[in-house]
Write a new protein. Structure first.
Length: 190
């Protein structure tokens, strides 16, 4: 895995665009893919599809677009879906699925991402076999009801000094991104 593949990593699902239909959501993500994201994580939380087939169709449309623009296509917290569609990667949080996800690379070339939010999780992740880490939430987020407390930029910098794996910063970024952009860029290049 190249760090550059994580340069512009989008995490989103239909629940992040509550005013859009599934077709409009899909079109929006495809526009963002065309705009230059390098990785896309399909994070589908709490959205109600008409059927499992409808959900799979949305995922397959997005995956096809990602392949067209050479974007990593990552599934969040759904090992079965990631395997079914042969996703480029699977991202999991600190849950029971972690061990199952980390066992996957032995049987597949799928990248494994792991969320961490503190120094203890970060230290364990260094030896876990994960390909990259999602560190955060950096800022408070409304997109995940069970999110860990926000760590802020100071704690992010501390964690980055202890980390050896490729990382993406996650959590509450759209609302704070422009306000803190120079600091985030500085930390990304350290």
């Amino acid at each position: 895995m190249k760090k550059s593949q994580l340069r512009c990593y989008l995490v989103a699902g239909p629940q992040d665009y509550p005013g859009l239909t599934l077709v409009e959501f899909t079109e929006k993500i495809i526009v963002l893919m065309q705009a230059g994201i390098t990785a896309y994580q399909f994070r589908d939380k709490g959205f109600h599809y008409q059927s499992a087939t409808e959900r799979l169709e949305v995922v397959q449309i997005l995956q096809k677009a990602a392949k067209k623009w050479q974007i990593l296509f990552i599934i969040n917290d759904d090992i079965e879906l990631a395997q079914l569609i042969h996703a480029d990667g699977l991202h999991v949080g600190q849950s029971d699925q972690v061990q199952a996800a980390l066992a996957l690379p032995q049987t597949t070339s799928m990248l494994i991402g792991l969320s961490v939010s503190n120094a203890t999780e970060l230290q364990a992740a260094q030896k876990s076999g994960a390909d990259y880490l999602g560190i955060g939430p950096i800022f408070a987020t409304q997109s995940k009801v069970d999110a860990a407390p926000a760590i802020g930029l100071t704690k992010l910098k501390t964690l980055l000094m202890e980390n050896k794996l490729p990382i993406v910063a996650i959590g509450g970024l759209p609302s704070k991104l422009y306000q803190h952009w120079p600091n985030l860029l500085w930390m990304a290049w350290q």
